[in-house]
Ligand binder design. Structure first.
Ligand code: SF4
Ligand code: MSK
Length: 631
C-alpha cells in the first residue's frame, strides 16, 4: 500500500491525512496506531458477554454454546449484556449531568457575588426558565431569581421528586407513555445511582426491567442534566445566534500565539476567551514577536465557544492529537470528557504546554491549575500570559499548518431557529406538510477509529440533504460537516430542490449547527415543540437521529434518551449487545411497541441514509402527508 493510500484509509479529511504523515515522520503514535495494536479486540467484550462486576468473576459466556453459559453467580447472557449496557448509560448520563451541575454551581456563585468575571448574559432566558421551575420572578432582582433557580435546579438532582421539572416540555402523550411504563425520571442523580445499584450482583436480574431503567436513566440525562447544562450555559454565556467562523487545522496561525481549549464545559473556556481579548495581554503577545493571540477550540468546548462567540474550530475527536503535531500550539487547556490521556505525552515532544483545569479530571504529563468560580478570571489571565511566554519556545522548523480553513455558520439555538422562521414554527410545519422539507434528522456524536474519520457523518448528511431532509447536528458530527463545507448557505446547492428553496428563502444552510453534546437537548426541545404545535406525540413526527461514528458512553445515553423520547435512532458502530438475542430484539424492534421508536445499527452511511429516508416517509404517510412509497 502506498503512503497516500495508507492515510486515505484512515480519514477523509485533507488536514488529517497531511498531519498523519507528519506524525509518522515525527515518531508520534496516534489513536489509529494504538487501535491497530489492540486488534483483535476481545470478542467476549465486543458481544457484551464479559462481566467483572464482582470478585467471584471475572466471568464470560461462550457465544457458541459450548463453554459456560452462566457466570459464577448464575447470570446468563441476557443479564450480563443488559447490565453492561445499563452501566454504559449510567456513565454517560453521569458525565453530562455532572457537567450540568458544575454550571448550576457557577450560576449560584454568580447570584451570590462570588464569581468575578461571570455574569447573567441572557436575562430573558433566566426569567423564562425560572418560571418553568416555579420561581416567582415579578419584582425580584436578577440575582435573587438566579439564586432561586440554582437551588430549584439542584433539587432536580436529588431524590425527593416524582418527576424532573423540565419533563413538562415534553408532549402530554409522551409523558403518559413514561408514566405508564414507570420510567418517568425522578432525580438526575437518583436514576444513575439506582442503575449502579440494580447492576450490582444479586439485584435486578430481569434483563428487560434493567433496560427499562436504562431508558429512565437516559431520560434523566436528556430532560434533566444535559437540559440544565444547556439552559444554564445560555443564561450565563448568552443564547447562541447565527455566527460565522472557520474550521479545520488551518485556523491555527503561524504568526500568532495559538491557544486551544478542549473538552466540554464552557466555564473555563469563557474566561480564557476574555483573557485572550485582554488588551494588555494582546500587547504582551506583540512584544514577544507575535501578531496577536489566536484562540481556537476542539470538540465540544470548542463547539460552545463557536456557537456563542464565533471562535474558530480546529477539529473533532480524532484530530485532537494531530493539532499538537502542527508544532504551532503554545498551550492547550482541557476541562473534561473526550480528552485522550495520550495528549500530555504527545505535547512533550513539542513546545506545547498542556494544562488541566478541573479537580475531577487530571491527566499524565499535564500541568494542573484548578479553576473555581472565584479564581477563574485571574487564573485565566495568568495562563494566557504563560502561553504568550511560550511563543518564543516554538521550533519554526517543526511548524506545519497544512490547509486553508473552511467557512461555516454556527449558532442555531432553538431561539435562533425560531427567529429565522419569523417567530413561529408555522413556516417550518408548512414546508414539512408541503413536502419541500420531508423531515428532520439529528446527526450527532463522536469519531471512532473503527470508522473512517468523518466519512460516516459527511456521507450520511449529504445523502439526507439531497433527499430534502433538514439536518441538525451537534458535537464532533457538526465539526465534520463544517469541514466538509456543508454549513454555509451555498451548500443549499447540494440539497434537493425543496430544501434548497427553503434554505435560500430563510438564508440558512441545509445543515444547522445546534451545538455541543449536551446541546442535543435542543433537538429534544425543538421536536417536542413541533409535536405540541401539531397535537401529536414526538414519535409521530418525520424525525430521526443518527450517531454514525459514536464511541463514548455519553453517546449511549444520548441515543437512549432519543429513542426513549420516541425518536428512531441509527448507530454506526455496534454497541456491545450482540451476545443477547433478547436484548437485540428489544432494542431494535420490541421498543417500538412500548416507546414508539427503536434503535438500528448500520455502519455503512449510505445504508443508514436509506433507513432514515424510509422511516421519514413512513411517518409522513401515517400523518396523512404526501409521501414517497419506498421499497
Ligand atoms: Fe461473574 Fe456474576 Fe460476578 Fe459478574 S456478577 S463477575 S457474572 S459472578
Ligand atoms: S466531543 S462525546 S467525541 S461528540 Fe462532545 Fe465529540 Fe463525542 Fe466527545
Amino acid at each position: 500500500m502506498s503512503e497516500k493510500e495508507k492515510y486515505e484509509e484512515l480519514t477523509i479529511t485533507e488536514d488529517g491525512k497531511l498531519m498523519l504523515k507528519k506524525a509518522e515522520a515525527d515518531g508520534i503514535e496516534t489513536v489509529w496506531d494504538r487501535y491497530k495494536k489492540q486488534l483483535p479486540q476481545c470478542g467476549y467484550c465486543e458481544l457484551g458477554l464479559s462481566c467483572r462486576n464482582c470478585a467471584m468473576g471475572p466471568c464470560r459466556i461462550d457465544p457458541f454454546g459450548e463453554g459456560p453459559q452462566k457466570g459464577v453467580c448464575g447470570a446468563d447472557a441476557d443479564i450480563i449484556v443488559a447490565r453492561n449496557l445499563g452501566r454504559m448509560i449510567a456513565a454517560g448520563a453521569a458525565a453530562h449531568s455532572d457537567h450540568g451541575r458544575d454550571l448550576v454551581e457557577v450560576l449560584r456563585n454568580v447570584a451570590e457575588g462570588k464569581a468575578p468575571g461571570y455574569e447573567i448574559r441572557d436575562e430573558d432566558k433566566l426569567r423564562r426558565v425560572a418560571v418553568e421551575y416555579g420561581v416567582e420572578v415579578d419584582g425580584k432582582s436578577t440575582q435573587d431569581i438566579a439564586k432561586e433557580l440554582a437551588y430549584a435546579m439542584e433539587e432536580d438532582y436529588g431524590t425527593r421528586k416524582k418527576a424532573l421539572t423540565l419533563l413538562k416540555r415534553a408532549p402530554e402523550k409522551r409523558r403518559q407513555i413514561w408514566d405508564k411504563l414507570g420510567i418517568t425520571p425522578r432525580g438526575i442523580d437518583r436514576e444513575t445511582s439506582e442503575m449502579m445499584h440494580r447492576t450490582h450482583m444479586g439485584v435486578d436480574n430481569d434483563w428487560a426491567n434493567l433496560l427499562l431503567h436504562g431508558l429512565r436513566n437516559a431520560l434523566s440525562d436528556g430532560w434533566g442534566g444535559s437540559m440544565i447544562a444547556t439552559e444554564v450555559s445560555d443564561i450565563l454565556f448568552g443564547t447562541p445566534k447565527p455566527t460565522e467562523s472557520t474550521v479545520n487545522l488551518g485556523v491555527l496561525k503561524e504568526d500568532e500565539v495559538n491557544i486551544v481549549v478542549h473538552g466540554h464545559n464552557p466555564v473555563v473556556s469563557e474566561m480564557i476567551y476574555q483573557a485572550a481579548n485582554d488588551e494588555e495581554l494582546i500587547n504582551l503577545a506583540k512584544e514577544k514577536g507575535a501578531r496577536g493571540i489566536n484562540l481556537v477550540g476542539l470538540c465540544c468546548t470548542g463547539n460552545e465557544l463557536l456557537m456563542r462567540r464565533g471562535i474558530p474550530m480546529a477539529g473533532n475527536h480524532l484530530m485532537t492529537e494531530l493539532v499538537i503535531v502542527t508544532g504551532a500550539v503554545e498551550m492547550i487547556l482541557v476541562d473534561y470528557q473526550c480528552i485522550m490521556p495520550s495528549l500530555g505525552h504527545i505535547a512533550s515532544c513539542y513546545h506545547t504546554k498542556m494544562v488541566s483545569t478541573s479537580d475531577k479530571a487530571k491527566y499524565p504529563e499535564m500541568e494542573h491549575h484548578e479553576f473555581h468560580p472565584h479564581n477563574a478570571r485571574e487564573l485565566a489571565k495568568k495562563l494566557v500570559r504563560e502561553a504568550i511566554e511560550n511563543f518564543s519556545n516554538r521550533t519554526p522548523g517543526k511548524v506545519y499548518i497544512p490547509v486553508e480553513p473552511i467557512k461555516l455558520t454556527s449558532g442555531f439555538s432553538v431561539e435562533a431557529i425560531l427567529e429565522a422562521l419569523g417567530g413561529s414554527l408555522e413556516p417550518l410545519i408548512n414546508v414539512i406538510k408541503e413536502g419541500k422539507v420531508r423531515g428532520i434528522a439529528g446527526i450527532v456524536g463522536c469519531n471512532n477509529p473503527k470508522i473512517k474519520h468523518d466519512l460516516g457523518h459527511v456521507t450520511l448528511t449529504k445523502r439526507l440533504i439531497e433527499n430534502d431532509i433538514l439536518v441538525v447536528d451537534t458535537g464532533c458530527a457538526a465539526i465534520a460537516n463544517g469541514k466538509a463545507g456543508l454549513k454555509v448557505l451555498e451548500a443549499a446547492n447540494m440539497a434537493g430542490n425543496g430544501l434548497k428553496e427553503v434554505c435560500n428563502l430563510l438564508k440558512i444552510p441545509p445543515v444547522l449547527h445546534v451545538g455541543s453534546c449536551v446541546d442535543n437537548v435542543r433537538i429534544l426541545v425543538a421536536v417536542a415543540a413541533l409535536a405540541n404545535e401539531l397535537g401529536v406525540d414526538m414519535s409521530d413526527l418525520p424525525v430521526a437521529g443518527a450517531a454514525p461514528e459514536w464511541y463514548s458512553e455519553k453517546a449511549v445515553s444520548i441515543g437512549s434518551y432519543m429513542v426513549g423520547s420516541g425518536i428512531f435512532t441509527v448507530l454506526g458502530p455496534m454497541p456491545p449487545i450482540l451476545g443477547s438475542k433478547n436484548v437485540v430484539q428489544l432494542l431494535t424492534s420490541g421498543l417500538s411497541e412500548i416507546v414508539g421508536a427503536t434503535f438500528a445499527v448500520e455502519p455503512d452511511p449510505e445504508k443508514a441514509a436509506t433507513l432514515i429516508i424510509k422511516h421519514i416517509e413512513k411517518k409522513r404517510k401515517s400523518l396523512g402527508l404526501p409521501y414517497n412509497e419506498l421499497v
